[in-house]
Every structure is written in C-alpha cells, then in structure tokens.
Design a protein around this ligand. Structure first.
Ligand code: CMX
Ligand code: CO
Length: 140
C-alpha cells in the first residue's frame, strides 16, 4: 500500500535558519516554499532523492500561529520530527482502507499539500505515537 517515504516533517521556530542549516550541513536543495493557511504553516521542501513513484524530501515547518498543529507541538515538545509522510497511489482509497482497520482519520477527505499533492493525516495515538501523513503526487 505504501510506495515509499515521501517526506519527514520537522517542526522548527525559524524556517530560514533551518533551511540554511540543512543546505550547508547535508547539501540539500530547496525545491519548493509555500504558505499553507489550511495547515497553519510556512514550509520548505528540501530534495533528497528520486525513486520509483516520486521524490523524497525533508519538509521544514514553521507555524503561522501558536494555535496551529505545529505551533502546539513546538510549545509542548520543542523542535523535532513532527510527522512521517508515506507516498500512496490514491489517498482517498488509502484512507478508506486504513480507516476500516480502526485507525482514526484526522482528515475524512484529502486536502491540499506541498507541490500540488493531495494529503491526509492519521491520528498519532493509533500509529505507535507517530503522526502519519499520506501523500498522493499530483497528476502529471
Ligand atoms: N506526533 C506525535 N504525537 C503527537 C503529535 C505529533 N506530531 N502532535 C500531538 N501529539 C500527541 C500529543 O503529545 C498528545 O498526547 P498526550 O495526550 O499523550 O500528551 C496528543 O497527541 C494530543 O495532542 P494535543 O497537543 O492535545 O493536540 P491536538 O489533539 O489538538 O492535535 C493532532 C494533535 C495530531 C490531532 C493535530 O496536530 C493534527 O490534526 N495534525 C494534522 C495536521 C498537521 O499536523 N498539519 C501540519 C503539517 C502540514 C503538512 O505536512 O503539510
Ligand atoms: Co508533511
């Protein structure tokens, strides 16, 4: 069902500072920067590699507001890994299948994600404490 790891999302206080750190330390390149009002974040995608089914990335996330998922996470836990995103061929279908197996869905329907993707989240308490995102690449 999962094709690959699409990205690892990292919560940070200062997006520009963390972009500079990942660029100089790991020689990664920013391929997209976006503000996603619906998710309450300012974000950057840093490319790692290309594989079957699409690329893999580090997603750096700065909250737009303290009262957002990433803002609350930072206040509670500080900077660090916020979620892991799996690439799937069809998010709506994956939600139906995974929801049917008793995992709470944070999104009943796919939403807009980075670089034109469709995304949806699964409750971390039902996935071994890991906030899980499903990502479907945009139609080419
Ligand atoms: N990873 C693991 N556990 C998490 C978590 C995370 N990122 N965020 C919250 N939790 C845990 C908390 O530690 C808490 O556990 P305890 O009760 O044991 O302390 C529990 O989940 C509830 O957390 P909360 O702080 O009360 O927060 P909420 O329940 O209000 O929200 C969540 C948590 C996961 C439902 C919410 O963050 C959410 O809907 N996330 C999905 C959307 C999102 O994260 N968007 C930003 C990324 C966008 C993108 O990738 O494009
Ligand atoms: Co993400």
């Amino acid at each position: 069902m999962f094709m690959r790891i699409d990205h690892v999302g990292i919560a940070c206080h200062d997006l520009e500072e963390k972009i500079a750190f990942f660029e100089r330390t790991f020689e990664l390149t920013v391929v997209a920067r976006e503000v996603n009002q619906e998710q309450g974040v300012k974000e950057a995608m840093l490319h790692i590699a290309d594989g079957q089914g699409g690329g893999s990335y580090i997603q750096l996330l700065e909250p737009l507001d303290p009262d957002t998922p990433v803002g609350k996470f930072l206040a509670k836990r500080g900077e660090g890994v916020h979620h892991v995103a799996f690439g799937v061929p069809d998010v709506a279908q994956a939600l139906e299948t995974i929801g049917g197996r008793g995992v709470r869905l944070l999104d009943e329907k796919p939403r807009h994600g980075s670089m034109g993707s469709s995304i949806a989240f699964l409750h971390p308490k039902d996935v071994a404490g890991m906030l899980t995102e499903l990502v479907q690449a945009p139609e080419r």
